[in-house]
Design a protein around this ligand. Structure first.
Ligand code: SME
Length: 162
């Protein structure tokens, strides 16, 4: 049994330090991309407060396809450039959206979602997929979340590249 989530949820710096170390440890010896994405989604869900969805979309044949996640059942396929995830895919840039309802083309998988953070996952110049975090709170994600999640995906990239 793994039980990592004991960090004070109010100490964001400590949360990301401990989350990074847990993710690094649990994925270090495992070559299977889906197993590593599944554990990453579970760890993020355990560590980060105030989320209603946390998971992955994988790049398959030029579109995003739903991968391992925690939260309610979600839309399965997202076209390049569509919504927040498809924009992250097309631009390869992190999307930190304070109010998803103000984002043109936002795809409402869960009506509770108010803010969203999407981080592209790359390995050796190839886009593997995106990490998608949704929160029921407006402007839930700040610069520390952007930096912390970018670091997490830098570690995970080679371990989900297949
Ligand atoms: N809201 C996302 C779609 C994925 S769900 O939030 C899980 C978007 O606009 O790309």
């Amino acid at each position: 049994m793994y039980d990592f989530a004991k960090t004070d949820p109010n100490d964001k710096a400590a949360l990301y330090t401990d989350l990074l170390s847990a993710l690094g440890a649990i994925t270090a010896e495992e070559p299977d991309p889906i197993a590593n994405m599944a554990n990453a989604a579970a760890l993020i869900w355990d560590f980060l407060p105030d989320l209603n969805w946390a998971g992955f979309y994988r790049v398959i044949d030029g579109e995003l396809v739903l991968g391992p996640f925690q939260g309610k059942a979600a839309c399965i396929r997202i076209a390049r450039g569509q919504g927040v995830c498809g924009t992250a895919m097309a631009t390869r840039e992190i999307q930190c959206i304070d109010d998803v309802h103000a984002f043109p083309g936002h795809i409402a998988c869960d009506a509770r979602s108010m803010s969203e953070l999407v981080v592209p996952i790359e390995h050796e110049g190839r886009l593997i997929g995106v990490l998608d975090l949704d929160s029921p709170t407006l402007a839930r994600f700040d610069a520390q979340d952007v930096e912390g999640c970018a670091e997490l995906m830098a570690v995970l990239g080679p371990r989900v590249a297949g």
